[in-house]
Design a protein around this ligand. Structure first.
Ligand code: ADP
Ligand code: MG
Length: 343
């Protein structure tokens, strides 16, 4: 049993600027395991960015084209637990022998090995043996190897023999493509404006994006309603409230609008009246300070402005804070409100 999940393939792994190097290195390894210079292949990146999907896709690809190869996927956590179990039951040799038979070893989340010296020793032994025999090793980690605290230097130096490639947060276009592909795969219609809205709003990681889509599909079937923008906003509320800090965009816009005594709608409108422009700039300034939204996403939520407008607003507010004492006091007052809410 290879422990592979056949749902993870290259076909449904969307390529984008955020994953291009890792994906193409993975694809090369999948086609020529053990014989490229990408051995080991180490893929690192934050949570939900597609590490497990990518390395599973490598495993599935190899297994499908070489049915006689022994491909093994194992999480580092499982590796550690199996090893500890083998120590308890005096079966360490069996444990080692099993891993020495593997042709392609995929080991996920190696940061989990940190501080576990005995397990690392065993892994070092297995690694050397497999590598010397021309077997492919693929690993993932949640941080670059140089930041893997609690891992032995001799093991870290082995990781550098091959290729290290990172996964970045998906960019806007990749998020659009992922949403379209997932919904297509489920045979669900989603209008373009909803795809765009979601791609703008959820810019942290792919897992969160999937969570929103699941919630959206559930809402749609619960309400017996086609997917539209209104439903998408509802679905997003359910998810984002848990994830984001208390100080979200809505709260910032409402608070700032109230403070400057302008209407909430005007912050998102095209109007260039001076008092509204100032309120809008201040709200953008706080959106940047207190939320995790990208500049692009902030602009989108202020009436579809582009990211350079957001940069300009933040700059203008910073300049005013430096030159205008009264203005500075207002900003500090607002800041207090947000800080106390953020806790
Ligand atoms: P990680 O292991 O880095 O935490 P996962 O591989 O579990 O992340 O990915 C989280 C979810 O996002 C999975 O359901 C995966 O299929 C999906 N996913 C991640 N990256 C992509 C991508 N480029 N294309 C399609 N789906 C992706
Ligand atoms: Mg993972």
């Amino acid at each position: 049993n290879s422990q592979l999940n056949s749902a993870y393939t290259f076909e449904n792994y969307i390529e984008g600027d955020c994953n291009r190097l890792a994906r193409s290195a993975g694809y090369a390894v999948a086609n020529k395991p053990g014989t490229t210079s990408f051995n080991p292949l180490m893929v690192y990146g934050g949570v939900g960015l597609g590490k497990t999907h990518l390395v599973q896709a490598i495993g599935n690809h190899i297994k499908n084209s070489n049915p006689d190869k022994f491909v093994l996927y194992v999480s580092s956590e499982k590796f550690v637990n199996q090893f500890i179990e083998s120590l308890k039951t005096n079966n360490v040799q069996d444990f080692a022998n099993f891993y020495l038979l593997v042709d392609i070893l995929i080991i996920d989340d190696v940061q989990f090995l940190s501080g576990k010296e005995k397990t690392q020793e065993m892994f070092f032994h297995i690694f050397n043996h497999l590598h010397q025999s021309g077997k492919q090793i693929v690993m993932t980690s949640d941080c670059p190897p140089r930041d893997l605290k609690g891992l032995e230097e001799r093991l870290l130096s082995r990781f550098k023999w091959g290729l290290t490639a990172d996964l970045q947060s998906p960019d806007f276009e990749t998020r659009m493509a992922i949403i379209q592909k997932k919904m297509q795969g489920d045979g669900i219609d989603i209008p373009d404006n909803v795809v765009e809205y979601l791609a703008y709003s959820v810019d942290t990681n792919v897992r969160e994006l999937e969570g929103v889509l699941i919630s959206l599909i559930a809402q749609s079937s619960l309400n017996r309603k086609e997917i539209d923008l209104e439903l998408a906003k509802q679905a997003l509320k359910h998810i984002i409230e848990d994830v984001e800090t208390e100080v979200n965009l809505d709260f910032i816009q409402k608070t700032v609008a109230e403070y400057f005594q302008v209407s909430l709608d005007s912050l998102k409108a095209k109007t260039r009246k001076k008092e509204i422009v100032t309120a809008r700039q201040v709200a953008m300034y706080f959106a940047k300070e207190f939320t995790s939204h990208s500049l692009k996403s902030i602009g989108y939520h202020f009436g579809g402005r582009d990211h350079s407008t957001v940069i300009h607003s933040v700059q203008t507010v910073s300049d005013l804070i430096d030159t205008d004492k009264k203005f500075k006091a207002s900003i500090q007052e607002l800041q207090k409100k947000f800080k106390s809410k953020a806790g």
